[in-house]
Design a protein around this ligand. Sequence first.
Ligand SMILES: *Cc1c(COP(=O)(O)O)cnc(C)c1O
Length: 297
Amino acid sequence: MFLENASIFIPQPVFPVWKGDRTIEVLRTDLLHEVVSGNKWFKLQYYLKDAMDKGYKRILTFGGSYSNHIVATAFAAQKTGLKSVGVIRGELSPKNPSYTLHHAQQYGMKLEFVSREEFNNKAKIASRFSDYYIINEGGYGILGAQGASEMLTGIANYQKYDFIVLAVGTATTMAGIINAASLNQKIYGISVMKNNNSLLTELRQLLNMPIDNKKYSILHDYHFGGYAKKATQLIDFMNMFYRETDIPTDFVYTAKAAYALKDLCVQNILTSKSNILFIHTGGLQGNMSLPKGLLMY
Ligand SMILES: *Cc1c(COP(=O)(O)O)cnc(C)c1O
């Protein structure tokens, strides 16, 4: 619906030494837009279509102060001519809104700040916004997965990849990729949170097939301390990965997935001579919350 830059569907080969005799190609959804995270865009498209089909004029969604989903929703709603409200967790009327929220406001989103307790009762908040179309936090849901499938099916010959690696938050994107994948492909989702034990169940709720029909696995050992933690080892890796591939990653999501990509190659879990697709899900705006000078890009 919004895709002006179809060339993102041509994955870019990269040649870090640790790839050995494997072929690694990167789907650069980060190139879609400098602020809007690539996968968020895909996840939103069918929600917006559904909202318009049902005659809604307004969107309500939820997120934290640095949420890629909040900015993406603000932008996508504006593009489609819908009004949007973002309910923001845990920061009551901040004096200096984060650049993420600042961007969201620039895209026309109205922000409602609520306490953490209030935020957890989304049904209660939603009842105050009765004529709004509601999109879950992070875009979690069936329609989100349906949109995310198009990240894979937009690639000509996407069946040629043996392995697909991507970062996982709510697992909506991963579900879409699994739904679209062919039976020979194995998908590795890298959870960016620590001990997110309900993730597999949440993923499976979005699959459109018996749960063991396809090959997939969520890896929980690459969180670097937890969600949005700024680990020195991770920052060092981001600079190294950039030197090796010319590809910038973000510290919240894609750097952890890229680190796992390397580790799975080194361990030969992504086996010799295999064809690998790494999905860069975007999110680079998140790096603006890092101290200046840490990253070489
Ligand atoms: C939100 C986000 C993810 C996680 O996507 P889910 O569909 O919630 O698993 C991954 N990468 C980036 C850059 C994101 O912004």
